[in-house]
Design a protein around this ligand. Sequence first.
Ligand SMILES: *Cc1c(COP(=O)(O)O)cnc(C)c1O
Length: 499
Amino acid sequence: MYYKSTRDSSLQVTSAAAIAQGISADGGLFIPSEIPTITMDELKALADMSYAERANIVFGKFLTDFTPEEISYCTSNAYSTKNFETENIAELTKAFDNANILELWHGPTCAFKDMALQILPYLLTTSLKKNGEDKKVVILVATSGDTGKAALEGFKDVEGTEIMVFYPDHGVSSMQKRQMATQEGGNVGVCAIEGNFDDCQNGVKMIFTDNAVKEKLAKAGKMFSSANSINWGRLAPQIVYYVSAYAEMAKKGEIQFGDVINVVVPTGNFGNILAAYYAKNMGVPIGKLICASNINKVLTDFIETGIYDRNRDFYATCSPSMDILISSNLERLLYILTGGDDAQIREWFGKLSKEGKYEVTDEIKAKLQADFVGGFCDDAETKKTIHDFKEKYGYTCDTHTAVAVKVYLDYIAKTGDTTKTLIASTASPYKFSASVLEAIEGQASAADEYEQVAHLAEVSGLPVPQSLAELKNKPVRFSEVITKETMESYVLKKLGIEA
Ligand SMILES: *Cc1c(COP(=O)(O)O)cnc(C)c1O
């Protein structure tokens, strides 16, 4: 197996090269040349394995240039109780009727990004070694909250790497800001930008693509890489938990091996749900993939009409990690659905960057609708769902998970589908304490983020994740705020390349 680019099918690189580069030089995303299969016997065998062992099986099929020793070095370091609060790593809980919730937020930063960002540093450093690359890697991240913290925790004190994270000064929650400002580690940097998330992202992109900066870095023995979800090293780890969850559901007697399940995913950049699509196409019996959006419902509209149109108002919602109008990983899905038609992808994504809009053919739309169902809900419905769900089932979910629950409830009301269903839960309710408390109690709370956490503990009865409980006593290490114009000089100064 090799990896090609969604914009150039003739490209052939190893998975190690794809992971080290992050994005293809032609602007396309790396994609495996074929989707490997997993048999029912292999799925059955997973039932008795640990999460790290299950990950070895799945990675072995995608990272074919890695040795088994290299893979198990990565998985055993990432997926242990050193980093995760539960032995199972991904926790399958019984929720209600025909649905199970898959809690993906027991890692160090309490969001599902940890599932990939705990292992990415190991995959990346192993890839560099395999490629014979001896430069030190500098990871630059622009974040609207969850990715930045998860990347910092993943790369903290990882030898041969440095990481710098930029976030919009007024664009993250107080808990998210606190998490980043107190980050530990000798190779980390965090800086707020006077501006919005787009300013951070544009700034990072400009530094990435500036050849003069690249040269200066190379002279200093360093190179840039990326930790965002366009990197295949972030997507592959997400396939693991869907494969694992199927085996777990059978092990717990929720289904029999061979039964079909549906999967619901609260979606932003389309990475998480694309991983479920890969699991399905490997042979895991998955029926419908239900794509849940908040009011920024560009994907719901796309699945319904075949027209992707980002020319619309952008809303800041109570599920901020899904406030996104360009879902990058959709490019990978469309590449697969067109049978690898790179010219077609170049045309559509060229239109997207020029006009903000493209329309797929009826044939592609039909293929899309065969696998995917789209749905959305607004903030009022999200909060009502948190409230009602807790009342009825005693389960407290975060705002992103609530969007998935609501879209699932709408789907079964409409279709009467009784297929067993897996709902991906992407964040701990504690990470969004203010909105969750407001939903449960019907009014906004004036308390600070720590009082809110303590209060939510009383209301929900859930243990407070240790990493959030410890925050209060950690000193603030990073409080710098800079303008977007000075990002480049900030980076060069921090790297000791320029005074
Ligand atoms: C990133 C994130 C999402 C969206 O995931 P995608 O892979 O971008 O679709 C959903 N919920 C939470 C809590 C997140 O942090």
